[in-house]
Design a protein around this ligand. Structure first.
Ligand SMILES: Nc1ncnc2c1ncn2[C@@H]1O[C@H](COP(=O)(O)OP(=O)(O)O)[C@@H](O)[C@H]1O
Ligand SMILES: [Mg+2]
Length: 248
């Protein structure tokens, strides 16, 4: 089992969409995927078509069984979220002397059942994100085209350096660009991409996820991309990213 976290403390950079896109590509490759929603906003949960949530990732972290829901779509399971995760954060703090290790401990018990675990993080560097990074083998950062912020990136990387003391095996997979307007590629490449390349070196994955209405539509329908729009350019781009992830 390989655990991958998608994180960025900024909202709207394409975290949830990337978890769904990478998951879709992995499922198409025949892999068994477990999705974990750690965001109280629950966009991943809704994007996978689940509406009524009684047991969440916070319950899973507290050792409760039956938090893993199997979707109608084959090879796909979900540990969902709901807005109770906001309040549960302080409950989790008091639940254990090592609250940052709860997700890892819970995942260790189910690891034989999945090829890949994809964790969707909230837009904050709090307890849920720390849990994700301690449970993860690697993490990736999506950045929105045109909104690259060195300061934002450095903030994430500083936190992960601290987490690495607790999880020395944590690998920084790299940064990729999301929501690229199909006509923007040359313009963005000129101005921003060069500075990203300079800063990140080979940690810039040179992957550009193009803007595609299928992102919104599939999530509203609660369907994965390979099911909703198998020919879409966004799935093509996420498949390219996934191949790169699998090779690293
Ligand atoms: N490649 C894309 N093309 C078009 N819309 C996108 C794309 N990626 C993300 N979006 C949309 O942008 C919004 C924010 O993306 P989301 O994945 O929810 O970001 P985050 O999880 O980081 O907050 C969502 O409405 C999503 O559907
Ligand atoms: Mg999200």
């Amino acid at each position: 089992m390989e655990v991958i976290a998608i994180t960025n403390q900024k909202g709207g950079t394409g975290k949830t969409t990337s978890v769904l896109g990478i998951g879709s590509a992995l499922i198409q490759m025949g892999k068994k995927v477990l999705f974990i929603d750690l965001d109280p906003q629950s966009n991943l949960t809704r994007g996978l078509g689940m509406k009524h949530v009684f047991l969440t990732s916070a319950d899973f972290m507290m050792g409760k069984d039956k938090c893993i829901f199997n979707s109608k779509v084959s090879n796909n399971s979900l540990i969902p979220a709901n807005d109770a995760l906001y309040a549960k954060e302080s409950e989790l703090m008091g639940f254990s002397a090592l609250p940052q290790n709860l997700l890892k401990k819970a995942l260790d018990k189910v690891k034989d059942r999945f090829d890949y675990v994809l964790i969707d993080c909230p837009p904050a560097l709090g307890l849920y994100t720390i849990n994700a990074l301690i449970a993860a083998d690697s993490f990736y950062i999506p950045m929105q085209a045109g909104f690259f912020s060195l300061e934002g990136l450095n903030k994430v990387l500083r936190v992960t350096e601290q987490v690495r003391e607790l999880n020395p095996n944590l690998e920084f997979g790299g940064v990729f660009i999301t929501k690229l307007h199909p006509n923007d590629r040359r313009i963005v490449a000129k101005d921003i991409i060069n500075s990203i390349r300079e800063t990140l070196g080979r940690k810039f994955l040179d992957i550009f996820i193009r803007e595609d209405i299928s992102a919104d539509e599939s999530q509203i329908k609660g369907k994965l991309l390979h099911d909703y729009a198998p020919q879409s350019r966004i799935l093509e781009d996420y498949t390219m990213l996934t191949n790169k992830i699998l090779k690293s």
